[in-house]
Ligand binder design. Structure first.
Ligand code: NDP
Length: 251
């Protein structure tokens, strides 16, 4: 018996990285998982992996910044898999630059993906959760919410998501819906690899350097975040809401 047997979960940005690990982890708990991402081939690969492991999954190709696409995707999910009970808002992008070089587009795209995307998906999903009087929303913040050079846009969005999380916890708590956030540190994914490459660093060398500064002496893996998400969606965490859990190998 899995913790999420009979439940339907949507994970955004699940075509790779942390989102893929989260989708796989929730499927292991018995959830039927809707894998939402931008690119068909990424979506198909995550769906294939879940099905090959005996889980149930459907693909949704949608851009979380577009209201109509989000509404249609979540409706398709509900009609194919059943009413949505779990939403993991994970889709994200980076457009790093120092403030004086940051373009309007760098700012707008990061705000749209993290803040508007999380807002649109949460608004579309909550109605199914309210009807069921059961739901779990997990948002994706970051240690960058605490401030990080070159990330004025991203750190602002990730800090904003903490306020969004706490507010939804207050509004949706009476309907038995838990709303929490994970705030990962350095997790080994295409995103951190691309950042290292953009800065002209070898990825292995940047992992080694980061590990030396992390109390647990290693960078995180997508599964480290997925395990915390699974916990936040479990009955063991039924009395935890409005919290931001840092998953960073240190305080
Ligand atoms: P990846 O870049 O590996 O994966 C992100 C996924 O989100 C991609 O598949 C991407 O699609 C998708 N995506 C981006 N924009 C949209 C959109 N508008 N609509 C739908 N899907 C979209 O990132 P990670 O797995 O590393 O990161 C996942 C989340 O965790 C992000 O929110 C990130 O900010 C956060 N995070 C990551 C950390 C890390 O160290 N890796 C640390 C802290 C937080 P495509 O590839 O086609 O663009």
């Amino acid at each position: 018996m899995g913790q999420l047997d009979g439940r339907v979960a949507v994970v955004s940005g699940a075509g790779r990285g942390i989102g893929r690990a989260e989708a796989e982890r929730l499927a292991e708990e018995g959830a039927a998982v809707a894998v939402l991402d931008l690119r068909e081939e990424d979506v198909a690969e995550t769906v294939r992996r879940i099905r090959d492991s005996g889980g149930r999954a459907e693909g949704l190709v949608a851009d979380v910044t577009e209201r109509d696409q989000v509404e249609e995707a979540l409706q398709a999910c509900a009609s194919r898999l059943g009413p949505i009970g779990v939403l993991v808002n994970n889709a994200g992008i980076l457009r790093d630059n120092l403030l004086f070089k940051m373009s309007d587009d760098d700012w707008d795209m990061v705000m749209a993906t993290h803040l508007k995307g999380t807002f649109l998906c949460s608004r579309a999903a909550q109605r199914y959760m309210v009807e069921q009087r059961w739901g779990k929303i997990v948002n994706t913040s970051s240690t960058s919410a605490l401030g990080n050079r070159g990330q004025a846009n991203y750190s602002t969005a990730k800090a904003g998501l903490q306020g969004f999380t706490k507010t939804l916890a207050i509004e949706l708590g009476p309907f038995n819906i838990n709303v929490n956030a994970v705030a990962p540190g350095f997790i080994e994914t295409d995103m951190t690899r691309a950042t290292a490459e953009r800065q002209g660093f070898d990825f292995e060398a940047s992992k080694t350097a980061a590990s030396a500064r992390i109390p647990l002496r290693r960078v995180g893996q997508p599964r480290d975040v997925a395990n915390v998400v699974a916990f936040l969606c479990s009955e063991e965490a039924a009395y935890v809401t409005g919290q931001v859990i840092y998953v960073r190998g240190g305080p």
